[in-house]
Design a protein around this ligand. Structure first.
Ligand code: F6P
Length: 352
């Protein structure tokens, strides 16, 4: 059995742990693994490398992806899809393991549905916004990066009696901002799922200052929309039609400083959240996903994705995983609000 493996979309800590697990499981079953370079681009342009057990043995703790990645969408042109299918046939692949988020797995789903390509998926993204799985690998590492950064920012913010706005990634889902915000005891959290109430945010920050609190930490997700008139998004689109986010931290800091007259700084954590070694949790989750994906391949269960449900690794249809993005479960936000709504008289924002 010859199995291709590719990693697509934004890189993510834990990708190498998945690759290692798939290679080991396929090898143990007497098969052969081949790495496809740079996501779907490698399959269109026929760029591959052999993947042996020896080569992948020590990579469990390595960040990034040894297979490289790209945001290539072969469905942008019928020509590319045709080339991809030819390369697939030429390599005589019996199966393909696609490790990616909604875009990469969306392509995997279409290739399986429209052309019957034997593909299984593995859910990757620091954003944790993929449906049909409780968590994706990479998310735990990302929120731990935010926690470490904010623990450091808190002490310098206190020394200078500043407000610090910390912008996280996460695209249009508030998972990273909300869960890291809870973990650092943020004084306010803004997520895309809940409309911004600037008056309330400023009131909370003002009262904290009146109460003698030296600093305040606000965690804001990059996908939050500010009240009318504030433009923070760049218009550049990737091949999947996504706008490049980033910059709301700066806009919010100047709004808050102008309103309150309190020095307000911002930090955009950006790609720090995607870099470096995966946490132990992500290494284990990625390994379990990789083993499950290889099992699906060996059992001929194509069009499926490995997923986490509770503590079990299960198979779910790719169609279900890519049907819609998984927004933040607002029960987490409800709990986080105890600290910034509970303490002040203003009624809670009723959550959508
Ligand atoms: O989907 C992962 C992610 O890191 C998002 O949180 C972020 O908006 C995006 O990718 C950034 O992508 P790029 O590295 O291509 O700018």
């Amino acid at each position: 059995m010859r199995v291709g493996i590719l990693t697509g979309g934004g890189d993510c800590p834990g990708l190498n742990a998945v690759i290692r697990a798939v290679v080991r499981k396929i090898h143990n079953a007497g098969g052969e693994a081949v790495g496809i370079l740079e996501g779907w681009r490698g399959l269109v342009e026929d760029r591959t490398r052999p993947l042996t057990v020896e080569e992948t043995d020590g990579i469990i703790g390595q960040g990034g992806t040894i297979l490289f990645s790209s945001r290539t969408n072969p469905f942008k042109s019928p020509d590319k899809v045709e080339k991809l299918r030819q390369v697939f046939r030429r390599h005589q692949f019996d199966a393909l393991v696609a490790i990616g988020g909604e875009d990469t797995l969306g392509v995997a789903h279409r290739l399986h549905r429209e052309f019957d390509l034997p593909i299984v998926g593995v859910p990757k993204t620091i954003d944790n916004d993929l449906s049909a799985t409780d968590f994706t690998f990479g998310f735990d590492t990302a929120i731990n990066v935010v926690v470490e950064a904010v623990d450091r920012l808190r002490t310098t913010a206190e020394s200078h009696r500043r407000i610090m706005i910390v912008e996280t990634m996460g695209r249009h889902a508030g998972w990273i901002a909300c869960l890291s915000g809870i973990a650092v005891g943020a004084d306010y959290i803004l997520v895309p799922e809940v409309p911004v109430n600037l008056d309330h945010l400023c009131e909370v920050l003002r009262r904290r200052r009146e109460q003698g609190r030296p600093s305040s930490i606000v965690v804001v997700s990059e996908g939050v929309t500010l009240p009318e008139g504030t433009v923070v998004q760049q218009t550049q689109l990737d091949e999947f039609g996504h706008v490049r986010l980033g910059g709301i931290g700066a806009a919010l800091a100047s709004l808050v400083e102008n309103r309150l007259g309190i020095e307000t700084r911002y930090v955009i954590l950006g790609h720090l959240q995607r870099g470096g070694p995966p946490t132990a949790y992500d290494r284990v989750l990625a390994t379990r996903f990789g083993i499950k994906a290889a099992e699906l391949v060996l059992n001929g269960q194509f069009g499926q994705m490995a997923a986490l449900r509770g503590t079990e690794i299960v198979a779910v249809p790719l169609a279900q995983a890519v049907a819609e993005i998984k927004k933040l479960d607002l029960r987490y936000y409800e709990e986080a609000q105890e600290w910034f709504f509970g303490a002040y008289t203003q009624p809670r924002t009723s959550l959508p």
